[in-house]
Design a protein. Structure first.
Lengths: 112, 632
């Protein structure tokens, strides 16, 4: 798994690629927790390069979402690959996230 | 004692036979006087023959060439001969004979005086022999140079070793200055012991480096005459250049070895076979706080103090003991040849005691004799403590695993018209999957679930979820109520984003149906016996714990004989092979279709076998859980 972290208009954009599973989830969890600790409530998570996500990966995203929600924030998911989308859909957890086809629309959504 | 004398006249008759002669020969004068025909030879030779006196009377040309030993001086003859027949073991005799003249100067006879010189001769021979032996001994000293020098350091004699090394004979060297011939210099070598002896009159010895770069051990002894004056000096020198070089090499090697030991990461020290510290490196200084300068050269088990607080033998000492002694006293040691390894706990070392690993091995000299021992010490306290902790958590995990397994139903409660089988194979000691059966009146509740995450956190959450679902299933009639209440309870306890996907279905033996609600769980597969087609028991709500207040829908399917229902977790379809390919739903369906004629347990075994064959021994990375229901 690889994680890149940039900022656009002060909104953190975290791009992940590879597998988010029981071995790799810790790195993603650490980065998301750091951003939340810095009071970033809007986080764009680009999952275009993610080929697999396990239930632990879902838990990390769900935990982040649960932490930013009370601050009127949101973790926004971008470019879900079919397998990843399926996992979100089966578990129903997709209902707890907004999803976007690309980073631009996710950022526009934040501005609105 | 006067010489024995005899005289003969021209005819060879005895005219004189003195008292000394009587004593020497035992023949009396009265028996001898007047006797001729070589009577006088009998006492000496036992036969009649000419003696020296006869030669005096012979013409000179007759004597010449016959008697090599005879010396002539005018008419006087002298000889030294050995007569084997005279005396007990023969005798050396000196004889001198001269003519007797009458007043007219005519030779009228001969007179001979005889002296027994046996004693002197033997003494001389012995002296010669001892001189020869001495020379032979001194010359046989191939590696020792022996010189006999006069007071001016001119060579009187040198042994063959000196001659050979210079390629010169004794004749060439005799009379030459020692330093000139050997070193080619014009004055004695600085520090020369022979020069010193000549100067002081005393013996001197010591090491000497000559201008040609060789190193010698030399000794000089003065030779004094009767008057006490120095007559010369005997100078003996052994070339120790090679030995010196070897010693220097050894010293250099020792230094290099010491340097290496100094920077070894392990605490290391060495002792000689008297137990004195030879080296004490940086690492052991750091470990013990004892400095090398305070340790090196110390014996009497000084090195044990930093560890034990008392003087006592340690591993390096044991290396120096005989094998049997070690066996007898320290049987717990690991042995590898002469190397000893031990692991002990030293309560006196470190604030709370320390686990110490030590390895000691003998040091040998070039002859293969043990001359000391070297010991390396490692503080493995952290490692041991970590291992202990790890061991403890391992055993805790085993206990957790046992507890978790005890949550699973021991056997499946029977429900008529349905054949059931179930399996749970965790990827680690404990897992996040579970299945459960809740019996009712003519009904059987079935639960299969997958908690997000793995290992202990998942296991704890699984225990919580299982209990909550079980309690709600006993209280509520409707599956939707079960899941909604369970979800609200779990959500309230899930701050870390933990959630559980869960399928809850109730088999009804009377209506031969299944009523279910699916909280985000991978849809169970239902293979219809009549068509061998598959249906999916779809998701009817969000995973439990994700969000409070979620709503769930309920579905109902009727089951006919031959229908096969498989509840599973994603560890089944997401099992990987060596090429990172997933087992997948299609392969899953194929094996169910192929084995649908078997019992529920038979189908389950086939599926597990197929997954194991597919993953080709790859490590299982997620829990595998299945419940198979066959309508009979």
């Amino acid at each position: 798994m690889e994680i890149n972290h940039t900022n656009i208009d002060n909104v953190p954009i975290v791009s992940v690629s590879g597998r988010i599973d029981g071995v790799t989830y810790k790195d993603l969890e650490t980065i998301l927790n750091e951003l939340i600790d810095q009071n970033k409530s809007e986080i764009v998570l680009d999952l275009e390069g993610v080929v697999y996500i396990s239930s632990v990966g879902l838990r990390v995203l769900l935990a982040a979402q649960k932490k930013v929600r009370p601050k009127n924030g949101a973790v926004k998911l971008v470019s879900l690959q079919p397998f990843v989308r399926e996992v979100f859909e089966i578990t129903g957890i997709i209902k707890l996230f907004s999803t976007y086809p690309n980073q631009r629309e996710a950022l526009d959504g934040i501005r609105l | 004692m006067p010489d024995a004398i005899l005289a003969i006249d021209k005819d060879g008759k005895v005219i004189t036979w003195n008292q000394a002669m009587e004593k020497m020969t035992g023949a009396r004068a009265i028996d001898m006087i007047g006797k001729g025909n070589y009577e006088y030879a009998l006492p000496f030779y036992g036969i009649r023959r000419p003696i020296l006196a006869d030669l005096v009377l012979m013409p000179q040309d007759e004597v010449e060439g016959k008697y090599d030993l005879v010396q002539r001086e005018g008419k006087t003859l002298t000889v030294e001969i050995f007569i084997p027949t005279f005396g007990i073991n023969g005798s050396y005799l000196w004889a001198k004979a001269a003519p007797l003249y009458d007043p007219q100067g005519e030779i009228v006879g001969a007179i001979e005086s005889i002296r027994d010189i046996t004693e002197r001769k033997k003494g001389e021979e012995a002296l010669l022999k001892s001189e020869q032996e001495k020379e032979a001994i001194l010359s046989s000293l191939k590696n020792v140079a022996v010189e006999y020098l006069d007071p001016q350091m001119r060579i009187i004699w040198v042994n063959s070793a000196v001659q050979k090394s210079l390629g010169l004979s004794l004749q060439d060297l005799r009379g030459k200055y020692c330093y000139k011939s050997i070193q080619g210099i014009d004055a004695p070598c600085p520090g020369c012991k022979a020069a010193l002896t000549l100067q002081t009159g005393h013996s001197h010895e010591g090491e000497l480096v000559t201008p040609d770069g060789k190193t010698w051990i030399t000794r000089s002894n003065g030779i004094k005459g009767r008057d006490g004056q120095m007559q010369g000096v005997v100078h003996v020198a052994v070339n120790i250049t090679a030995r010196k070089l070897a010693e220097e090499n050894i010293a250099a090697m020792k230094q290099r070895l010491a340097d290496v030991i100094e920077f070894l990461p392990d605490a290391t020290f060495a002792i000689d076979n008297q137990g004195k510290v030879l080296t004490w490196n940086k690492a052991i200084e750091k470990m013990t706080g004892a400095r090398a300068i305070d340790m090196i050269g110390k014996g009497d088990h000084e090195y044990a103090l930093p560890f034990y607080g008392i003087r006592r033998p340690i591993l390096a000492d044991l290396v120096l003991l005989a094998d049997e002694e070690i066996e007898k006293k320290y049987s717990g040691l690991q042995k590898d040849g002469k190397t000893l390894i031990s692991e002990i706990f030293i309560p006196t070392f470190g604030p709370t005691g320390s686990f110490i690993w030590a390895k000691a091995t003998p040091l040998y000299n070039s002859l293969g004799n043990i001359v000391g021992a070297i010991e390396s010490i490692r503080d493995i306290t952290d490692m041991r403590r970590t291992e202990q902790t790890l061991e403890r958590s391992k055993s805790e995990l085993r206990i957790a695993s046992d507890i978790q397994r005890s949550f699973l139903p021991e056997r499946i409660p029977p429900v008529s018209g349905f054949d059931l089988a179930a399996a749970f194979i965790p990827a680690m000691e404990v897992g996040g999957d579970f299945y459960d059966f809740i019996p009712g009146d003519g009904k059987l509740g079935m639960v299969i679930a997958d908690v997000s995450g793995k290992s202990v956190p998942a296991a704890l959450f699984m225990a919580l979820s299982r209990t909550i679902v079980r309690i709600n299933a006993t209280h509520h009639e409707k599956g939707t109520d079960v899941l909604e209440d369970a979800n609200n309870m779990i959500s309230a306890d899930s701050r870390l984003g933990m959630f559980v996907t869960l399928f809850y279905g109730v088999l009804d033996q009377n209506s031969r149906s299944l009523v279910y609600a699916n909280a985000g769980h991978p849809p169970p597969l239902l293979m219809r016996g009549r068509s061998n087609d598959f249906e999916e028991l779809e998701v009817t709500g969000i995973a439990l714990g994700a969000i409070g207040g979620a709503k769930y829908e309920e579905r109902r399917v009727d089951l006919s004989s031959g229908d096969v229902l498989v509840l599973y977790t994603d560890g089944v379809n997401e099992a990987l092979n060596g090429n990172c390919e997933q087992y997948g739903i299609e392969r899953f369906c194929s094996i169910v279709r192929e084995s649908c004629h078997l019992s529920a347990q038979g189908i389950l075994d086939k599926i597990l076998g197929d997954i194991s064959q597919f993953s080709e021994g790859q490590a299982q990375f997620d829990d595998i859980t299945m419940v198979v229901v066959k309508a009979v």
